[in-house]
Design a protein around this ligand. Structure first.
Ligand code: COA
Length: 308
C-alpha cells in the first residue's frame, strides 16, 4: 500500500502552501488513502457534526477520486477525513472533519496540506470549497480567499403540477453535460452520469424548441432529499421553477435541502416563495487561480458542499 505518512511526501511535487504546524503533532499521526472499510467511520464523522452524509455519498466520492480521499490515523485509530473531487484543472475539497477530542492539534491542517499536495500533483490550478464560517481562519492560513456566500435552504415536498419537464434519459446526458459545463465552469460529466445512474427517478430536464434549457437532480440522503445540481439558462427562470416543482412533487412530505450561490437572487427568491427557510450559510472559498468560475446566474442549486 502507498505510504502517505507525513514523512513520505517526496512522491508529491512542491505543495501550494506548506503551513508550519509546529511540533504539536504527535509522531503517531499517519495519513493514508480512504478505503471502502473506512466508509462507516467517514459517515459517522459527518453524523457527529450534523451533516448526515450517507455511506453511498462516500461510495460515490471514492468512485470519483479513489486516490484522493484521505483518513488521518492517530496511534492506528481513524480520527479525521478529507475528500477531493477533480474536474480537470478545477477541484473541490470537502468532508474535512476531525474527531472533537483530537481538534486543535494540527490534524485538520495536516489533512488539508495532504489533500492540496495530491491535487497539485494532479495538475489542479484552482481549488474551491464551502467553508463553515468558524473554520475560515484555517483555510485562510492555507491561502484560500473568500468568494461569496453559499446559502443553504430547507423546504418540504408536496403535491405539485409541473409542465415542460420530463424525466432525464440516457440520451439527454450529453446535452446535460454541455449545459452544465457552461454554468458550472468545468466538465463534471462523470459525476452527473453517476448521479443519474443512481437516482434516475430524481433527475428531470426541460427541452424547449429541441434545446435543453435546464435540468435538476436530487439524491436521497439520510432523512432528507438533497437537491443538486440544479442548472437552468437564466433566460428561462420559469423553467427553473418547473424543475423545482418536479422535485417537490416527487418528495411529498419529505424534508428537502438545497445549497444556492448567494449571488443567484432568482433562486433564493423562488425557494422562499415555495416556503424554503434559511439555514446557516457557508462561504465559498478558492485557492490558486480565480478561474473556472462558471456563471452563477444559471446555478440555481449547487451539486453538494463537498464537490461543488
Ligand atoms: C475544522 C476542523 C477539521 C479543524 O480541525 P483541527 O484538527 O482542529 O484543525 P487544526 O488543529 O489543524 O487547526 C489549525 C488552525 O486552524 C484554525 N482553526 C481550526 N479550527 C478552528 C476553529 N474552530 N475556529 C477558529 N480557528 C480554527 C486555527 O488557526 C488553528 O490554529 P491554532 O489551533 O494554533 O489556533 C475541526 O474543527 C472540525 O472537525 N470541525 C467540525 C467540522 C467542520 O466544521 N469542518 C469544516 C467544514 S468547512
Amino acid at each position: 500500500m502507498t505510504d502517505h505518512s507525513p514523512n513520505h511526501k517526496a512522491e508529491f511535487s512542491a505543495p501550494f502552501t506548506e503551513v508550519n504546524i509546529g511540533a504539536r503533532l504527535n509522531s503517531m499521526l499517519n495519513l493514508r488513502t480512504m478505503l471502502s472499510k473506512d466508509l462507516g467511520f467517514a459517515q459517522y464523522l459527518t453524523e457527529t457534526v450534523g451533516w448526515n452524509n450517507s455511506i453511498s455519498d462516500f461510495e460515490r466520492l471514492l468512485y470519483y477520486e479513489p486516490e484522493g480521499c484521505f483518513v488521518a490515523e492517530q496511534n492506528g485509530e481513524p480520527v479525521g477525513t478529507v475528500t477531493t473531487t477533480t474536474y480537470g484543472k478545477l477541484a473541490w475539497v470537502g468532508c474535512l472533519i476531525v474527531l472533537e477530542h483530537y481538534r486543535r492539534q494540527g490534524i485538520g491542517l495536516e489533512l488539508m496540506n495532504h489533500a492540496m499536495n495530491y491535487l497539485k500533483a494532479r495538475g489542479v490550478e484552482t481549488i474551491r470549497l464551502d467553508a463553515v464560517p468558524e473554520v475560515i481562519p484555517l483555510y485562510q492560513r492555507l491561502g484560500f480567499n473568500a468568494e461569496y456566500d453559499s446559502l443553504r435552504l430547507i423546504g418540504t415536498g408536496r403535491t405539485m403540477m409541473c409542465q415542460k419537464v420530463s424525466k432525464m434519459k440516457d440520451e439527454d446526458l450529453d446535452n446535460v453535460v454541455h449545459l452544465d459545463t457552461r454554468f458550472f465552469g468545468a466538465n463534471r460529466g462523470r459525476a452527473l452520469r453517476r448521479t443519474h445512474k443512481d437516482f434516475q427517478d430524481w433527475c428531470f430536464v426541460s427541452v424547449i424548441d429541441e434545446k435543453l434549457v435546464g435540468y435538476i437532480m436530487a439524491k436521497r440522503g439520510l432523512g432528507q432529499i438533497n437537491i443538486g445540481p440544479w442548472i437552468c439558462d437564466p433566460k428561462h427562470t420559469e423553467i427553473a421553477e418547473e424543475l423545482l416543482r418536479a422535485i417537490l412533487n416527487n418528495a411529498k412530505g419529505a424534508r428537502i435541502w438545497v445549497g444556492v450561490p448567494g449571488g443567484n437572487k432568482r433562486s433564493v427568491n423562488l425557494l422562499r416563495e415555495y416556503a424554503f427557510v434559511d439555514h446557516p450559510k457557508s462561504v465559498r472559498m478558492y485557492h490558486g487561480k480565480r478561474d473556472y468560475r462558471g456563471l452563477i446566474n444559471g446555478v440555481f442549486g449547487i451539486g453538494a458542499p463537498e464537490k461543488g
